[in-house]
Design a protein around this ligand. Structure first.
Ligand code: GDG
Length: 458
């Protein structure tokens, strides 16, 4: 069976063979590299009159099939409903949720258009695997067009409890749409439970269809490849320069897209608390925060950018010294090998999102460590990864005192305890890597029962 992967953005390699970065892109590329297939989605370009049929480029065993969208589509579907309503709601941030009927209509419209474009190139035996919150209505739209293939969906972000999800206008329509999938995957048991319960009671007075099959399947990373990259990174000149610039000071590292869900401002404040509570540590520890800008046209992201700048300036100017800055903050991205090398040289990995579907950085940090002298992972209990990675130091990111204490505990942890914790975490990452995740989802999808009834919309 041919695998057809569908995601909002398609990350096709450019002429030099280099492709986009980011967790989902890396994961999907790995899945397709092994099996071959088609990757369909938005090209990332906007044009006034996009072609209806996808533009296809073949690279080895993978065909990249992309479509453009209009500027209005981008505003309503991508910058609007997906990232100003769905994203905050699903990260439990009701106060940040901005709903507009026009944007919701735009979201549904783009899904319909995408479905029509894919329907033109689909073959009867194709196995269709749709990814993430931009595309919840995609299968329902394919079904309207008479497509009867197996269609699976993976939801990469959290699924909140019904009291939160039910507050989202359009929630009932989204559940109806979701029921058109043969299988729906989420990262954690908690999300699977929340999702199943969403189908158990009426939302906004609207009857909800029967739930689709739901599985909790935590995404993994390409553990062996990331570890190898970290091993080779010792020779990388960018890594060498950055590490030698720190002197002998232990490094605490954070790497996140600049997103309010990642808890970057709260993390800076926790580090400040740590320095205030431990004056002897001042001058001899550095927090390096890498935060590539993300969705910067969305106002709530602009705001988190301003908040981080203010907090950073305040902490560095009040606690820093002529020869030492407590926090180095860089708003840009680095290559994966450089990240791997920085992780390897960091005594503490600080992964403290306020809410996160999984969080691949936590896994990459562990994979990059030296087995005989590993660093310590400090992990938010609200990251999906905390369900698996119990040997990390688990913290509540809303409590900066607790995070500050965990930083101290991590920096002082004896080597044998660090090794013992790391081993268990690393073995888990080897067992449940990206290959395991892909295979498990596709096995479950091919084993699932065919769809019984077509979904109806209100
Ligand atoms: C969503 C969910 C879920 C970051 N900075 C740079 C860079 N990155 C890479 C990391 C990692 C990826 O981006 C981020 O993945 P995360 O999982 O941490 O977070 P989201 O982007 O929010 O991903 C999340 C994921 O989907 C997969 O299901 O785990 O919960 O929110 O791989 O290393 N990569 C490079 N330079 C950077 O500066 N090259």
């Amino acid at each position: 069976m041919r695998l057809v992967v569908v995601s909002n953005r398609v990350s096709a390699p450019n002429r030099e063979g280099k492709a986009g970065v980011g967790g989902l892109a890396v994961a999907l590329r790995a899945a397709l590299r092994e099996r071959g297939g088609v990757w369909f989605g938005w090209s990332g370009r906007v044009s006034e009159a996009p072609a209806e049929l996808p533009h296809i480029v073949q690279r080895g065993r993978v065909g990249y099939a992309v479509v453009d969208i209009t500027p209005l589509d981008r505003d309503e579907y991508y910058l609007g409903f997906a990232n100003r309503a769905l994203w905050p709601n699903m990260h439990y941030r009701l106060g940040l949720t901005q709903f507009s009927r026009a944007e919701f209509a735009g979201y549904m419209r783009v899904n319909r258009r995408f479905a029509a474009a894919l329907a033109a190139i689909i073959e009867p035996d194709d196995l269709i695997w749709v990814h993430d919150y931009h595309l919840i209505p995609f299968a329902a739209e394919l079904r309207r067009l008479g497509i009867q293939n197996r269609i699976g969906y993976f939801h990469h972000i959290p699924w909140p409890p019904i009291d939160v999800f039910g507050a989202l206008p359009g929630a009932g329509d989204l559940l109806t749409a979701l029921a058109a999938y043969d299988l729906v995957g989420v990262h954690t048991e908690r999300d699977a439970g929340n999702l199943a319960r969403s189908f158990a009671e009426p939302v906004g007075g609207m009857p909800v269809p029967a739930a689709p099959r739901i599985i909790a399947l935590p995404i993994g990373i390409d553990t062996a490849a990331f570890r190898a990259a970290a091993q080779h990174a010792d020779a990388n000149s960018v890594v060498q320069r950055m590490i030698s610039g720190l002197g002998d000071r232990p490094l605490v590292i954070g790497v996140d897209r600049l997103d309010y869900s990642k808890g970057i401002v709260e993390r800076l404040e926790a580090f400040e608390r740590f320095l205030v509570a431990n004056p002897d540590r001042r001058g001899n520890v550095t927090l390096l925060q890498i935060a590539p800008p993300s969705r910067s046209e969305v106002p709530e992201y602009e705001q988190v950018g301003r908040q981080t700048d203010e907090t950073l300036g305040r902490i560095n100017s009040s606690l820093g010294d002529t020869g030492w800055m407590p926090i180095r903050f860089v708003k840009r991205s680095y290559t994966r090998p450089v990240l791997a090398g920085l992780f390897r040289n960091a005594a503490v990995g600080l992964v403290t999102p306020m809410r996160d579907g999984m969080n691949l950085v936590a896994k990459e940090y562990v994979a990059a460590q030296r087995p005989d002298d590993p660093g310590v992972l400090v992990l938010s209990r609200f990251a999906g990864a905390a369900e698996q990675m119990r040997e990390a130091l688990i913290v509540n990111p809303f409590d900066k005192f607790e995070v500050a204490e965990a930083i101290g505990t991590a920096l002082a942890m004896p080597k044998d305890e660090r090794i013992a914790r790391w081993r268990v975490l690393y073995e888990g990452l080897c067992r449940h890597d990206i290959g395991w995740w892909t295979q498990s989802f596709l096995d479950a999808l091919t084993a699932s029962a065919p769809l019984a009834a077509l979904p109806r919309f209100s």
